[in-house]
Write a protein that binds this ligand. Sequence first.
Ligand code: HEC
Ligand code: HEC
Length: 245
Amino acid sequence: MIRILPFLLAGLLAASAQAAPPKKAAPKPVAEAAPAPAQAAAPAGEDKGREINGVCAACHGEYGQGGKRGEYPRLAGQRAAYLKDQLKSFRARKRINLPMYPYTQERELPDEDIETISDYLAAIRLPTEWPQFKDSDDALTRLTATEKVMIVPRAEGDIGNGKAIYQKECFSCHGRDGRGRGKFPMLVGQYTSYLKKQADAYLKGERPHDDEGVTGILNRISEKDIQDILAYLTSIQNPEKPEAK
Ligand code: HEC
Ligand code: HEC
């Protein structure tokens, strides 16, 4: 946590023109020159996105890969429109998330930053296969490449049954391949434990499943069927055609 304080403060200072909070330990002046201006400028929001992500990374990981086996969900590659929706509903306390609430308060995460960080995270690609290394690759290259690999362990369950139900009941919003569409979230590549926790929250009425009034989709499905769907989702993580083949 200590490590991210400077980012947090920098974010606060940037976000609020008025009265910076009287916190101790003034951050070092943010004087890092923009790297390598030689090549074409990075997309405008990218540096800013990386900066905001310094705060999120403490829980969601540097690449948005999530952590603690799903206590902190993966955000990388999630649909931008969905991320924006969720951040706004945390901020408005429509979706209750105590760990994150302080980070989403208006002063720290104004709409503009929600746009930026959501686009930034949505654009991060996490490979679902272990990289092949050349002998000449150094330790850091290897570490960086493997850190990004995100393979959700296979979940227990009847994949065939999960597939049948998913492709009947869920695909219309979450996509045939589980990658979501529009503002409907990607489910594939997300931690099983996290998805399960969300399914429970929907069933208990703690989180509305969708705002089109189509409630009860999950309530019509047995617990076993939900588990089978989760198993199915872990079996289709790798539909992207490997580029080189
Ligand atoms: C102190 C830890 C913590 C920090 C820092 C944090 N989050 Fe979270 N975040 C969580 C937890 C825990 C959840 C899961 C809540 C749940 O189980 O419903 C979550 C959930 C989310 C979700 C919902 C994901 C989904 O699939 O529905 C989004 C989006 C999100 N965080 C974005 C962010 C962004 C952007 C930042 C930085 C500005 C951030 N978080 C900082 C702990 C954190
Ligand atoms: C009518 C559209 C629709 C259908 C059909 C649908 N969903 Fe969803 N689903 C949503 C929306 C919208 C959300 C985001 C809700 C929110 O804003 O909290 C969501 C979120 C979820 C989440 C939480 C994702 C996250 O990252 O937190 C899970 C898990 C989920 N759906 C599972 C399912 C399953 C399983 C099915 C099929 C049995 C299904 N959904 C069918 C619209 C749909």
